[in-house]
Design a protein around this ligand. Structure first.
Ligand SMILES: *Cc1c(COP(=O)(O)O)cnc(C)c1O
Length: 382
């Protein structure tokens, strides 16, 4: 079976994890610090906080902003539910912005269209790895005092048009990553937040660990080295050293993984360029996507077949595909509680009806890819 996405675990990864299992630290220890430093260095950012998963990263990022409840945050309709849910944990109401029909990302314009007096937050999502137009988004946020968290769950390894890397927080307060096995690099489950703000960094550290501090500078009293205080409410969102050891090892290969993903995408694009009713992804000028997904737009009517049948046929040939994403504003929870309707985001709906993610992962062989290409061309009568 060729899956739509799959982790790549090497012997080095396995040795790194085994080494940790033989060490003194299983939960948060030296490997977590090493992993955080590796991410911070790679992204060109001051601080990084590793956490249990990408959803926890988003949850803590929103919580660290200490926004007042009842305000609104705007995210993409075309994302995983966690981007929106993360706001609800802090009492901020999610609003959904439509996407651009070429990049499938929110834009400064689609965000602007959803701004209200209550808007205090943007969570742009770098869909499939392609960064959103952050300089424009930052510009509209500044005059309105809107904070920005980039959901870069798909985009570690990607860079903006100016060459800065996603995660540098050049255009945002914080950036979050996910290291779920289908994502670009993995720690099994895992996530991270990057920021250049010492204030946000300190809040994130507290929130990750129950709101507990041992820092003598902030303690009410200091009777001894055993002593700690809980001064605010936090969570247990720690990453453990077993996960982090895998992450450190995976980070060493990120440039290779990026090269591999981009090469696979280039070959797909070339192979599919003459199929009618089959639109391959577009990468905007001068930015570099470390493609997490390869999403094509298929006019299924032209093929005289439903998407479900199309996916079923590929599946029977051993090819896994997936749909990213069911527009979040159409989820029953949001329809019932927030009154969202399909037409709130018409481009996301149109995109969704034609979207299909084809297999893309760093361990994909040329043979595997050739097989996928052949079957798809056959189905298109080519
Ligand atoms: C995967 C993903 C998340 C959540 O990450 P987990 O590590 O699975 O919790 C959030 N947002 C987007 C866009 C994602 O793809």
């Amino acid at each position: 079976m060729i899956y739509y996405g799959k982790q790549l675990i090497t012997e080095e990864d396995i040795s790194a994890v085994v080494k940790t299992l033989r060490s003194d630290f299983l939960t948060q220890g030296p490997a977590v610090i090493e992993f955080e430093q590796a991410i911070a260095e790679y992204c060109g950012v001051k601080y990084c906080v590793a956490v249990a998963n990408g959803t926890a990263a988003l949850h803590l990022a929103v919580a660290a902003l200490e926004l007042s409840a009842g305000r609104e945050g705007i995210t993409s309709a075309n994302t995983f539910v966690a981007s929106a849910n993360s706001m609800l944990y802090s009492g901020v109401n999610p609003v959904f912005a439509d996407i651009d029909s070429d990049t499938f990302n929110v834009t400064s314009e689609t965000l602007k269209a959803k701004i209200s007096e209550k808007t205090v937050l943007f969570i742009p999502v770098h869909f499939a790895g392609q960064p959103c137009e952050m300089s424009k988004i930052k510009r509209i946020s500044e005059s309105l005092n809107i904070r920005i968290i980039e959901d870069a769950s798909h985009a570690i390894g990607s860079s903006y048009p100016d060459g800065d890397r996603v995660g540098s927080c050049r255009y945002s307060d914080m950036t979050t990553f996910s290291f779920h096995p289908v994502k670009t690099i993995t720690t099994g489950e895992g996530g991270a937040i990057t920021t250049n703000s010492i204030v946000l960094y300190n809040r994130l550290l507290l929130l990750r660990n129950h709101g507990i501090t041992k820092d003598p500078d902030v303690l009410d009293k200091h009777p001894g080295q055993w002593y700690y205080e809980m001064q605010s409410i936090g969570f247990n969102y720690r990453m453990n050293d077993i996960q982090a050891a895998l992450g450190v090892s995976q980070m060493k290969r990120l440039s290779n993984i990026k090269q591999k993903r981009r090469a696979l995408v280039a070959r797909y694009n070339e192979a599919f360029k003459n199929i009618e009713g089959f639109k391959t992804p577009i990468e905007k000028d001068s930015l570099e996507s470390c493609f997490h997904l390869y999403v094509v737009q298929i006019d299924f009517r032209k093929f005289g077949i439903s998407r479900s049948e199309y996916m079923g046929k590929l599946f029977s040939m051993g090819i896994g595909t997936q749909v990213h994403y069911i527009p979040v504003h159409t989820q029953p929870f949001y329809r019932k509680n927030y009154g969202t309707i399909e037409s709130d985001c018409p481009i996301a709906m149109k995109y969704y009806n034609q979207a299909l993610s084809l297999p893309l992962y760093p361990g994909m062989t040329e043979q595997d890819q050739e097989y996928v290409i052949e079957q798809i061309k056959n189905m298109a009568g080519k």
